[in-house]
Structures are given as structure tokens and as C-alpha cells.
Write a protein that binds this ligand. Sequence first.
Ligand code: MLT
Length: 312
Amino acid sequence: LLTSATVAQAQDFPSRPITVIVPFSAGGPTDKVARDIAQIMGKQLQKPLIIENAAGAGGTIGTKKVVLAKNDGYTVLIHHIGMATAPSLYRHLGFDPLKDLEMVGEIADVPMVLLGAKAFPPASANELPAYLKANASNISLANAGIGSASHLCGLLLQSALQTELTTVPYKGTAPALSDLMGGQVNLMCDQTTNVSGQIKSGAVKPYAAMQTQRIQAFKDIPTAQEGGLPPIEVKIWHAMYAPKGTPAAIIDKLSAALQAAVQEPGFKSKMADLGAQAVTPARAQPASLRTHLGHEIDKWTPIIKKAGIYAD
Ligand code: MLT
């Protein structure tokens, strides 16, 4: 039942700035996608979208903040594939992504690359399996916490190679990248939106694109399989959510602004330059996100259960 207050609320939405919760550190790959899309959506909605980083626990801390936020449309979340893996990684997650959040729509697909510190001995991917097996206990693998994209990719790599490395969790892959560049950690999977500059400058060693096709913007990086690694495929998708009960008329306004933003030439070319891809407007809609999130939960749950790891 739409009360007249709700109708009025929706009609003049947004009447003030909107807070976008990013559940990882500032400056990282999720933060970058969020800031880019927020800026364009702000123009569409004629009110600024302001990023607030609420990091920790692989993105679940920031997500919980939005689950508990007021459902007036002035708090939204931008998160990635971690929304689909958290339900199987966290036994006491405290929320059900499909029941306790409203879907707004998807934003971009971002590929992952496996990176080594410059001084890490293996010169290329085909040297990794033997080297990792022989030196596992002395090798550190950075990630952004259990449930993060970097964690998921590292999990697949370790289970595919039957090798357990020492994982070092950070609040996002921005701080992890500076330790990788400094040689404090040896390896990391990360999204190209975070590491494209460092790959181009040679500040880190790209071993493989963690997918079956080469990345258009990084054609000289072999795929995992070409590099002699198991054919690991982990593509990171980013989406926007709102608290449960946010009025449908407000969700529709947010989704309409998102659909326009993902088509904006500047956003599309910026994503392409970073090796990523803006989604089609069809995917920037609530129903499409709900279907995709459901499929991803179904896909990753058995994989994670088989790996037998839990965050809590
Ligand atoms: C980030 O934005 O820091 C990343 O999404 C972390 C991750 O998921 O690996």
C-alpha cells in the first residue's frame, strides 16, 4: 500500500546527497568503480552520491551497515561477487543477500590477474606450480579478507595447485598492493581496475589473467591455462544494493540513473582502459541483478563448501 507520504517522498527523491557505502578501503578496485559510477549517477539525479568506505571481513561489515540502514533511498551499497560467496563462507552472516537487501542493478565486470612482487623468483606462470609446492610455507598471498575477490581467486589457485600458502588479509587490495610493490608479500590476485598502472609500469609482475580469454587491455598477459596454471576463471562483477523496504519508486529512480550511467561513453571507455567492462543497461536493473546474484550464489556455494573453508 503506497501511503501519500511515501509517494511524496519518492516524488522529490533525491532531495539531498546519497551515501554510497563501499565495503573495502579507499583507493582499491571497488572504490574506483564506485567513485566513477557515483559521479555520473550524481549528475543524473542532480544530487551528489558520497562514498563512505566501511571496510573489513571481506566486505561483510559494510554490507551489514546497509542491511541495517534506513530504507529511504539515501543509503546504498556497492559491492561485488563477494555478495555471492559470503553466504557460504560466513556461517553467522546475519543476513540473506536476496531477502535482506533490495536490488538496484549491476555496474561493471572486472577481470582478475595473478600478480607477483617484482623480486619474487618465478619469472612466469609455468614456474609457479613447482615453486609454490616446494616453498609453500615461506610464500605469502595477500587478500582483502575472507569473502573478498582476491580471497576467492587465491582460494581457487591454492585448491587447484593443492598447495596452502600463508594468506595475509588486508582491508582492501589498495593497501595490499603497496605491500606487494614493497615486497612485504609475494603474491596476490587483484582486479585490473586496481593494478593497471602498476602492471604497465612494471612495479609488479603479472603472471596470468584468471580467465579463459586474454584481457583486451592487457593482451600480453597469458591466460591461466596458457601460463601452465589450472584453467581458473573468476570474473568480478560489481552491483548496487539498497536496504530492504526502500520504496520501489525510489529503487526505479536509482536504477534509471544507473542504467544511464553505465551507457555514458566516459564510463565505458574508462572501464575498458582498465581492462574492465561496463554492463549493458539490461543488467543495470533490479530483476536482472536478482537473477544473476541467485545464479552466482548457486554456483559458488558448492565450490566453497568443497574447499571446506569458513570465515567464522
Ligand atoms: C577492494 O576493493 O579492495 C577489493 O574489492 C578487495 C577484494 O575484493 O579483493
